[in-house]
Design a protein around this ligand. Structure first.
Ligand code: NAP
Ligand code: GDD
Length: 342
């Protein structure tokens, strides 16, 4: 039987690396799209890298960029994949306030460029769009499901809303199997260093063993619905296996504050901290020294205060549910960090 072929945009990212491994295990031929960078950006996929001389090669990397329609079109038309996963993005919400135009180019127009390339090809390609709970922003209801109206709060969120609707529009206008996975926050040991979970765990592991003195953070009161990337990429794959293309929320149905997250990390690291102060004046003290402080640089011009998903529809249609608790996720991330430190 002919192997299925997939193109992953954003293969070097957290989700891209988990998804590539999942698809290779499922016997796909995987084409990952990477962008040119001045330093090596493939560390998350080095373990599955295959060079030109490998016989029966099933994993390929190609240069491309979501700001460059010619590379997108060339790759899609050359490899005519069964499935395309658009995981590529400028994915940092705070950074999107600093580079709003670039964020929109990649996160909004980038999706349109892929959809246009799919539209122009005869082969029936199934398309997954990495939509996000950030689209709910200033939430209109709690919890959020597929019918909750969007109210994005950052250039990132606004760009993702554009991509969401483009995906819906191309599905309806051109009969393309295109779906939005509305994924709530998901983390893993290979989460980018500047996202809050990884930043906290990395710093507290270093503080515990004397490699760092202090951690600066922003809003500790924000609440997020945090799952594990491994569970979430499995949901992406399932979403392209349905009879009818349907947009789905993927979440854990639980929400915790950043402060609660810190408390759990400290518990597992046996760091007995005491909290003092409120808001931007909040501090965490350990052995008489301040180890966590808030700094205005890490606050956002407009914040998303509370995200809580409701994944009932995915549970029903995909028979999907998260398999990793927040504590299990934290323990896995700490173990990874401590191994690196050693
Ligand atoms: P990530 O770790 O930041 O990975 C983003 C990927 O996109 C990287 O491979 C990056 O390449 C690539 N990329 C960035 N700009 C690009 C461009 N101009 N052209 C081509 N590729 C580009 O993000 P993630 O956490 O894996 O998330 C995957 C997707 O899901 C993103 O679209 C994100 O917005 C969305 N999402 C994430 C979450 C979450 O909690 N993780 C939740 C909902 C939705 P480099 O490695 O070269 O930077
Ligand atoms: N990054 C960061 N750094 N966030 C901080 C910090 C800090 O020092 N201090 C507090 N926070 C708060 C943020 O203000 C936010 O409320 C929360 O921690 C989570 O921030 P991030 O981990 O950066 O994630 P995010 O929720 O903004 O965005 C992530 O999840 C989205 C899905 O809801 C990203 O992965 C997005 O790409 C994704 O779409």
């Amino acid at each position: 039987m002919k192997k299925k072929t997939a193109i992953i945009f954003g293969v070097t990212g957290q989700d891209g690396s988990y998804l590539a491994k999942l698809l290779l295990n499922k016997k796909y031929v995987v084409h990952g799209v990477i962008r040119k960078s001045s330093s090596i950006n493939t560390n998350r996929i080095d373990d599955i890298y295959q060079d030109n001389f490998k016989k029966k090669r099933v994993f390929y990397l190609h240069y491309g960029d979501l700001t460059d329609s010619s590379s997108i079109k060339t790759l899609i038309h050359k490899y005519k994949p069964d499935e395309i996963y658009n995981l590529a993005a400028q994915s940092h919400v705070k950074v999107s306030f600093d580079v709003p135009e670039y964020t929109a180019d990649v996160d909004a127009l980038g999706t349109l460029r892929i959809l246009e390339a799919i539209k122009d090809i005869k082969k029936k390609i199934r398309f997954y769009q990495a939509s996000t709970s950030e689209m709910f922003g200033k939430v209109r209801e709690i919890p959020q499901n597929e019918n909750t109206p969007f109210y994005p709060r950052s250039p990132y969120g606004v760009s993702k809303v554009f991509s969401y609707w483009m995906t819906v529009n191309y599905r309806e206008a051109y009969n393309i199997y295109a779906v939005n996975g509305i994924l709530f926050n998901h983390e893993s040991p290979v989460r980018g260093d500047t996202f809050v979970t990884k930043k906290i765990i990395k710093a507290l592991c270093k503080i515990k063993y004397g490699f760092q003195k202090k951690l600066y953070l922003g809003n500790l009161e924000a609440k997020r619905d945090w799952g594990h990337a491994r569970d979430y990429v499995y949901a992406m794959w399932l979403m392209l296996k349905q009879k009818t293309p349907t947009d789905l929320v993927i979440a854990t149905n639980k929400t915790y504050s950043v402060k609660y997250f810190i408390n759990r990390v400290c518990k597992f690291l046996n760091l007995k901290i005491k909290w003092k102060g409120k808001g931007i004046k909040t501090k965490a003290i350990f052995n008489g020294k301040v180890i966590i402080e808030c700094h205005k640089n890490y606050y956002r011009p407009s914040e998303v205060d509370k995200l809580l998903g409701d994944y009932s529809k995915a549970k029903k249609l995909l028979k999907w549910k998260p398999t990793t608790s927040l504590d299990q996720l934290i323990i896995e991330m700490i173990d990874y960090e401590l191994k690196l430190l050693k």
